[in-house]
Every structure is written in structure tokens, then in C-alpha cells.
Design a protein around this ligand. Structure first.
Ligand code: NAD
Ligand code: KPL
Length: 317
């Protein structure tokens, strides 16, 4: 593998991109923006993480057989510079607290891009910073860390960004284009997020409970179909009828197309990481309860998942 370091051509002046959460996705965005010459500033949890980062001298982006080291600036949440644009790339369960730590630094025209899977955390963050503009994102890109401060770009994909209040696209999204971050503005971002949530609810918990790849669910089509019927009714009941169209067909298509893969929830459990269950099947069950919809299969699978995680000694929320 060739490794080289890169200082980038500065594209000053332009408001900096703050990246809150320098994990897989945060690093994937940060390194591409920095490589394109933008002013990027990582917000790390605390001084200990900051020191460790400085020791590594930057973030490394691995793409195929190439690795590039980018000496991106970093800081802790209590730094003083104002924040105009921030990508929030924490896990769903960390997003609210992480944003609370930087809320006092948000400038009046601040934009937050919320890159969390599932639903619930985005709304909680938006309620917390009512004067800032929150853009919700849904991503099919894939990344993982193969070491501290190293990110592997594992799956080409696309990012959809949108405003749940249906406002127009922010002007500074050109930076993403110039950085090779494939994206488009979606006027129906809530529908996209609901659709993704439904796909994840139909597939991910079952792969954990049956300890199988996505393709292994071909042995459980009755349960998958029962879940799809309930999830479709839920989407319609939550005023997202477009997200329900041909849900079952798409779930089976995804199972076929990703038959050899393990779902993200399976991988979280296998690596003993906390899952985002509360923002996936947990959110779906609560939404069903809120609208008075009976979803016995969804409820049973969610309860089995909680029991399974508890049995493994993992957090079940
Ligand atoms: P990750 O665990 O790799 O990264 C999250 C980072 O946030 C960690 O480095 C963590 O230390 C940091 N963090 C948490 N609290 C913080 C705080 N208070 N201050 C500063 N940093 C804080 O997670 P990820 O895989 O990058 O996923 C982020 C989100 O993107 C998740 O909701 C995930 O479901 C979604 N997503 C991930 C992928 C992927 O391929 N990794 C793909 C699509 C969507
Ligand atoms: O997004 C996914 C995941 O694993 O989280 C798919 C591949 C769609 C399975 O639900």
C-alpha cells in the first residue's frame, strides 16, 4: 500500500467545516473535504483524544491500495471559534449530548448536517437548537476504521440531504461536490429516512436473532413478510405513504443483493458495540403505539432483540 501525506491547497476564504464525531463517517467526510482544500476542524471528545490525535499527526483515508495522511486541525468542544457549518457524525445515541456541548458556539446562521441512521435523534437535536438550521442526511456510503485515526472508504454510495421543514438547499453544498462527496438535495428526506428505517427494521434485528448474513433471511421469509406488512401500515399511518410503496419487494431485493453481507446491527453486536436499536425498531414500535396501530410481529422482534442484547451484556436501548 502506498502512503503519502497531503497538505492540500487551501480554498480560503470560506467558513470552516466543523466535524463533530471523528469516527468512520465523520472521518470519511473530513478527509475528503480537507483533501479538496477546505478548512476542516475536528471536534474530539476531550483533551485525551486530542492528544492521541496529535500524536497520530492527522487522519488517514484509505481507498483501495492508497492511504493518504491529512493533518486536519482538531479541537475539543470547549474551543472558542464560532461554528457555522457542522457535520454531526456521532451515533444516534450520542448526537443530542454532543450537540449540547457545542450549542453555545453556533453562529446565528449555523447549519447542522445530521448524519444519523434511524429516526428520533435528528428531531431531538433540532428541538435542542431551534435557531439553527438542521439538515437531515441519509447515506449509502460505507466506511469503517481499521485503526485509530484511520478510515477505510469501504463502499461507494450516495448521500441525500434535506430539510424536514422543506426549505431550500443551503448555498454551501458546492463544497461537497468539489470534494467528491456524492450528494443530492432531497425534498422528501423524511420519506427516505422512513424507508431506510423500515428496511433496517425488516432485516437487521432478524440477522442478529438468527445469527446470519442478510442472505440467511431467505430461510425466514414468512417473518420478513409479516414485518413488511406491519411496517408498510406504519409508514402509511405516519403520513409516509410513498415510503411504503413496494416495501416488501425492496426488502427482498436488498436481501438478495447483500446476501453475503452481515447487517450493520449484526456487526455492532459481533464487535460488542452498542446498537442504535432505540432509533430503529424502538422508534418504529413507539410510533406504532402513538398512532394506535397493532404491530405484533414488530413488537415481538423488538422485545426478543432487547432480551438477546441483555443476555449478551450489551446495552438494550
Ligand atoms: P462511529 O462510532 O465510527 O463514529 C462516531 C464518533 O463519534 C466516534 O468517534 C465517537 O467517539 C464520536 N463521539 C461520540 N460522542 C461524541 C462527543 N460528545 N463529542 C465528540 N465526538 C463524539 O460511527 P459511524 O459508523 O461513523 O456512524 C455514525 C452514524 O452514521 C451512525 O448513525 C451510523 O448508523 C451512520 N452510518 C454509518 C455508516 C458506516 O458505514 N459507518 C454508513 C451509513 C450511516
Ligand atoms: O442498511 C443496511 C444495514 O445493514 O444497516 C442494510 C444493508 C440495508 C440492511 O438493513
Amino acid at each position: 500500500m502506498s502512503v503519502h501525506s497531503f497538505c492540500g491547497t487551501s480554498r480560503q476564504p470560506s467558513a470552516p467545516w466543523h466535524i463533530l464525531g471523528a469516527g468512520s463517517m465523520g472521518s470519511l467526510w473530513a478527509t475528503r473535504l480537507a483533501r479538496a482544500g477546505y478548512d476542516v476542524r475536528l471536534i474530539l471528545r476531550d483533551q485525551a483524544r486530542l492528544q492521541a490525535y496529535h500524536a497520530a499527526q492527522g487522519l488517514t483515508l484509505v481507498e483501495g491500495s492508497n492511504a493518504i495522511l491529512l493533518p486536519i486541525a482538531a479541537q475539543t468542544p470547549d474551543a472558542a471559534d464560532p461554528i457555522t457549518r457542522v457535520l454531526v457524525a456521532c451515533k444516534a445515541y450520542d448526537a443530542e449530548y454532543a450537540v449540547a456541548q457545542i450549542a453555545h458556539r453556533l453562529s446565528p446562521e449555523a447549519h447542522l448536517i445530521l448524519l444519523q441512521n434511524g429516526l428520533g435523534s435528528q428531531q431531538a437535536v433540532a428541538a435542542q437548537v431551534p435557531h439553527a438550521r438542521c439538515v437531515f442526511a441519509s447515506s449509502t456510503e460505507g466506511a469503517f476504521r481499521d485503526g485509530d485515526w484511520r478510515v477505510v472508504f469501504a463502499g461507494q454510495g450516495h448521500n441525500w440531504l434535506g430539510d424536514p421543514e422543506q426549505g431550500a438547499a443551503p448555498t454551501r453544498l458546492d463544497d461537497l461536490q468539489h470534494s467528491g462527496i456524492r450528494h443530492e438535495w432531497s425534498p422528501t428526506i423524511m420519506s427516505r429516512l422512513w424507508r431506510k428505517l423500515a428496511l433496517n427494521c425488516a432485516i437487521n434485528p432478524l440477522t442478529v436473532l438468527h445469527q446470519c448474513t442478510n442472505g440467511g433471511l431467505k430461510a425466514h421469509t414468512q417473518t420478513v413478510d409479516a414485518l413488511c406488512i406491519e411496517l408498510s401500515a406504519l409508514l402509511v399511518g405516519c403520513a409516509q405513504p410513498e415510503a411504503a410503496v413496494n416495501l416488501s419487494a425492496e426488502v427482498h431485493r436488498v436481501i438478495d443483493a447483500t446476501a453475503q453481507n452481515y447487517s450493520s446491527m449484526y456487526q455492532d453486536v459481533a464487535q460488542r458495540r452498542r446498537t442504535e436499536i432505540s432509533y430503529l425498531s424502538g422508534y418504529a414500535c413507539q410510533a406504532a403505539q402513538r398512532i394506535g396501530l397493532d404491530t405484533p410481529h414488530l413488537h415481538a422482534i423488538h422485545q426478543q432483540l432487547i432480551a438477546h442484547l441483555t443476555h449478551l451484556g450489551l446495552p438494550s436501548h
